[in-house]
Design a protein around this ligand. Structure first.
Ligand code: NAI
Ligand code: MG
Length: 490
């Protein structure tokens, strides 16, 4: 509670919030999940399985089947059959009804999905409840609308689906990335083999149950769980027509090499190292909120995270003072607590990666700042972190850390900050904070980034395309542009 002095509330001292945990009683989790192939839940070949844990307390959640090459082959065959016999020949307005039903069912079960997403992946319930799950439903709604209107998206063209799509998704937005990929694929008449990430398979299997309940014809969506080898089996399967991948730039390069010279289409959504640029004429308080949201949203496990802060030199002191103040008020802890701002790091491996960069940053001579906060004893945790005194050549400025770690640099002129912002191998997103519209337009045309936010950050909408330049990958997801990877235009 805030301190009371002379009957006045003292807003200067720290508030302590009582715990407000979301109940997990209503969420049902089975001991073991199979693969969803051809409309049935089946065991993996040889009964191979792996466990998923809760990264906030190391507790075991459930076992998931580990799909072999043969299992993937069965899934692709089921998808091919459903493509030929059912989905590609169904009138588009009928396809739309199924997609619409999936959206409605996600809304109906939103509370359970939100709890499970936070348990399996470590993100705060506030985010899974208010962002991940509603946005996932919205992607299905949006693309359900396109299904029977494709001729308006591509006027004058003969539009054909691509065929069987192999979709490989990461662990940072498990259900949302599944929705980004499934909805446009289905709307355009493709069938799918989808693989969630190995640390967060729970909501994908729940989605498989939901899709099953929706009555979607068998084989239209198949979900196979497993790690990199299962993903590679999808990529290398000769009867897959399109690969949609979100994940590391390293694996993106492997995929591009693997499909070179084949007929396969691909979209790759890879890493990022976004510049968040604050000019001296920006509304500073709002900009500070935007910096916080830009880097600490989802523990910084965000490909478009605003991980490089550029502050105009004459407002550096004010911005840093307010930023440090705000960092001190962030609540780090139990993802299921409704007050939590920053949850658990998704896996031990990712925590090791982040810690490695914290060490590198200090060895490179950067100045580290972390607010004092008590972290839980169990699970994977990293406090919000700021690195000052950084320069372009620092590895922490050049490489994707994928954690709650922000680097700070200053600039004096517009041209200087454009050069600095563009000087990384990535080009996914950027943020610009200024009072001047002309400055915004100047920067949006010169920043080599797929998405540029102005006076806001990390805003997502199904109608808006998302994707990268350079090593951030290619292809767009979302909006009308997101239909293009799933059609052949003749
Ligand atoms: P990753 O790229 O290995 O994993 C992403 C997905 O790809 C998972 O489903 C994984 O099973 C699958 N996969 C792994 N190897 C594969 C292969 N050879 N063929 C086909 N699929 C394969 O990412 P990881 O190792 O979990 O994270 C490492 C780094 O990648 C992070 O520190 C972060 O920098 C970046 N990353 C970026 C993401 C983004 O949204 N852009 C998402 C996840 C990670
Ligand atoms: Mg997990």
């Amino acid at each position: 509670m805030a301190q009371k002095t002379e009957n006045k509330l003292d807003f200067g001292s720290k508030w302590e919030y009582a715990a407000a945990p979301e109940s997990a009683d209503h969420a049902s989790i089975m001991d073991e999940y199979g693969l969803y192939i051809n409309g049935k839940f089946v065991k993996a070949e040889g009964g191979k399985k792996f466990a998923s844990i809760n990264p906030s307390n190391d507790q075991h959640i459930a076992y998931f089947a580990e799909a072999s090459d043969n299992d993937v082959d069965k899934a692709v065959k089921a998808a091919r059959k459903a493509y030929k016999e059912v989905w590609s020949v169904m009138p588009a307005k009928e396809r739309a009804k199924y997609i619409f039903r999936i959206a409605r069912l996600i809304q109906e079960r939103a509370r359970e999905f939100a709890v499970l997403e936070s348990m399996d992946g470590g993100k705060p319930i506030r985010e899974s409840r208010d962002i991940d799950i509603p946005l996932a439903a919205n992607h299905f709604f949006y693309y359900a609308g396109w299904a029977d209107k494709l001729e308006y998206a591509f006027p004058g063209k003969k539009i054909e689906p691509v065929g069987v799509a192999g979709q490989i998704i990461p662990w940072n937005f498990p259900l949302l990335m599944a929705a980004w990929k499934l909805a446009p694929a289905l709307a355009c008449g493709n069938t799918v083999v989808l693989k969630p990430a190995e640390t967060t398979p729970l909501t994908a299997m729940k989605l498989a149950e939901l899709i099953h309940d929706s009555g979607l014809p068998a084989g239209v969506v198949n979900v196979v769980t497993g790690a990199g080898a299962t993903g590679a089996a999808i990529v290398n399967h000769p009867d897959v027509d399109k690969i949609a991948f979100t994940g590391s730039t390293g694996v993106g390069k492997i995929i591009q090499k693997a499909i070179a010279g084949t007929h396969k289409k691909a979209t790759l959504e890879l890493g990022g190292k976004a510049a968040n640029i604050i000019f001296d004429d920006a509304p500073i308080d709002q900009a500070v909120e935007g910096i916080i949201n830009g880097i600490f949203f989802n523990q910084g496990h965000v490909c478009c995270a605003g991980s490089r802060l550029f502050v105009q030199e004459n407002v550096k002191d004010e911005v840093l003072r307010k930023l440090i103040d705000r960092m001190g008020s962030l609540i780090v802890g139990d993802p299921l607590d409704k007050n939590t701002d920053v949850g658990a790091i998704n896996s031990k491996e990712q925590l090791n990666t982040i810690n490695k960069y914290l060490k590198i940053g200090q060895e490179e001579g950067a100045e580290i700042y972390q607010p004092k906060c008590s972290l839980p004893n169990k699970g994977n945790w990293c406090p919000p972190t700021l690195f000052c005194e950084t320069s372009q050549s620092h590895r922490i400025v050049q490489e994707e850390i994928f954690g709650p770690v922000l680097t700070v640099q200053t600039f004096r002129t517009v041209d200087e900050v454009i050069d600095k912002a563009n000087n990384t191998p990535f080009g996914l997103s950027a943020g610009v904070w200024t009072d001047k519209g002309s400055k915004i337009f100047n920067l949006t045309t010169k920043l080599r980034a797929g998405v540029v936010w102005a006076n806001t950050y990390n805003k997502f909408d199904p109608t808006s395309p998302f994707g990268g330049y350079k090593e951030s990958g290619f292809g767009r997801e979302g909006g009308l542009h997101g239909l293009l990877p799933y059609v052949n235009l003749v």
